[in-house]
Ligand binder design. Structure first.
Ligand code: ZN
Length: 133
């Protein structure tokens, strides 16, 4: 008569399951990380557009004058000043001496470098639109 083995898994079965789970994790983790970075970049772009809209609204209310600081926008034009979801940095505005009415808003960190963007990108200009590099 054959002896019945104890219930449960053998060591080889457990090792095979762990190897399969490790392979699946190795496949899915990079795409998950990339999807998270893309989501943060999309939120960052949305923040830049919202900031630009708030600045333009401010300019309409103050006869074309730009806000002296980004902080001047909150809480009247924005409930709170947005920060980049990637690293929590605030956004900056660059004004050209040649055209003081035009400006470029940019994300000032390397938080989107994993997606191949250079420093200070994405940028948003009301005249040009969204700039990525
Ligand atoms: Zn950003």
């Amino acid at each position: 008569m054959r002896k019945r083995r104890d219930s449960g898994f053998t060591l080889v079965e457990i090792m095979i399951v762990i190897a399969i789970m490790g392979a699946l994790l190795g496949i899915l983790l990079p795409s998950y990380t990339h999807a998270m970075a893309q989501g943060k970049l999309s939120a960052c772009k949305s923040n830049l557009k919202n900031l630009s809209t708030a600045i333009e609204t401010y300019r309409n209310d103050y006869g074309g004058q730009a806000p002296p600081m980004m902080r001047s926008l909150a809480p009247t034009y924005l409930a709170v000043l947005p920060t980049c979801p990637s690293r929590g940095e605030t956004y900056s505005r660059s004004v050209s001496d040649d055209a003081p009415d035009s400006y470029v808003l940019f994300c000032r960190n390397w938080g989107h470098g994993e997606l191949g963007l250079a420093s200070n990108f994405p940028q948003y200009s009301p005249a040009v639109g969204m700039l990525e590099k």
